[in-house]
Design a protein around this ligand. Structure first.
Ligand code: FPP
Ligand code: MG
Length: 318
């Protein structure tokens, strides 16, 4: 199932225009255009779609006005992935070479900064007001804190609470902010804004748990990323926590400089445990929480799409 096709509550035109807006974002400079066009292709557009759908929760909304903010959201996400790939030394994302693999870490940092700056150009030109800027700045600060916490605790086994804090900071708050921004810019009442934001938070937790599962159980051709990337870079996720009954696994994941053979062995050990079932159940519980919090007064087409989005989050294979 494709997330975009599940977003049938949105006119196709707006999604085509979103792609155009993203292309235009990297069109000012030939090097940026060459370097960034492949990086912007192939994403699920989950964040801007959640933003746009949430903006329709009270009925129709003016897409023209919201498009620059939708594009800015995707640009912030892409900038964060460019920087994340430097931190993780990842070579492939979305099936193509990462900026750091192609141009080295120094240039890649600046490519990420450029995308980030362009996002704020779109936001400034859209005149969305102080609350929108405050939400965006809070979400980026949380992304940074999440990444810092993760980087300062590589190869260390987190508690369940620490794991959840990390995935909230680096993913769930972002998804929640997208829903909040949609509801806010559409002028919905506070109770709807809070409910949609809470929906996004639960969805985000489910999304990151599924992402962490895909690192062990995914198909590289579909995810566009190498299996075992998290554990190779020292990020200890929920599937590993669940499988830690194995002393062998514990000794592999807590040691820096894991060999490719050890990565394969660790994947085998996680696969042999009940981590898949356990993590899926956890993700499904968050999706259920997301469904339950959806306000009843929401536009029925929108609520159907938000339900489909929730189902996609746990069933996705990419
Ligand atoms: C991917 O997670 C990365 C993130 C969710 C956030 C990265 C954030 C930063 C580097 C800081 C913010 C920077 C800017 C410019 C806004 P993952 O590593 O779990 O997933 P992956 O397997 O897709 O890499
Ligand atoms: Mg990463």
């Amino acid at each position: 199932m494709n997330f975009v096709s599940s977003a049938e509550g949105l006119p196709t035109k707006i999604l085509v225009e979103l792609e155009r807006k993203l292309e235009s974002a990297v069109g000012d400079d030939p090097f940026i255009s060459e370097a960034c066009t492949p990086l912007l292709k192939g994403g699920k557009r989950l964040r801007p779609i959640l933003f746009l759908i949430s903006s329709r929760a009270g009925g129709s909304s003016s897409y023209e006005k919201l498009l620059p903010l939708a594009a800015a959201i995707e640009l912030i996400h892409t900038a964060s992935l460019v920087h994340d790939d430097i931190l993780d030394a990842s070579k492939v994302r979305r099936g193509v070479s990462t900026a750091n693999a192609k141009y080295g870490a120094q240039v890649a940092v600046l490519i990420g900064d450029y995308l980030f700056a362009k996002a704020f150009e779109f936001v400034a030109n859209g005149h969305y007001g102080d609350e929108v800027s405050a939400i965006l700045s809070r979400l980026v600060k949380n992304l940074c804190i999440g990444e810092i916490k993760q980087d300062l605790s590589l190869f260390t086994i987190p508690t369940l609470g620490e794991y959840y804090e990390r995935i909230a900071l680096k993913t769930a708050i972002f998804l929640s902010s997208c829903c909040r921004l949609g509801a806010l810019t559409a002028g919905l009442e506070r109770s709807m804004i809070e409910a949609l934001s809470s929906y996004g938070m639960s969805l985000g937790l489910a999304f990151q748990i599924t992402d962490d599962l895909l690192d062990f159980f995914g198909d590289e051709a579909l995810t566009g990323k190498k299996l075992g990337g998290d554990l190779k870079s020292g990020v200890i996720t929920l599937p590993i926590l669940r499988a830690l009954g194995s002393e062998e696994l514990r000794s592999i994941v807590t040691r820096e400089g894991i060999s490719d053979g050890e990565v394969e062995r660790a994947i085998e050990l996680v696969r042999a445990s009940d981590a898949l079932m356990y993590c899926r159940r956890r993700a499904e519980a968050h999706v259920e929480a997301a469904r339950l919090v959806l306000p009843t007064m929401i536009d029925p087409t929108v609520s159907k799409v938000l339900e489909q989005a929730a189902a996609f989050i746990v069933d996705r294979s990419w």
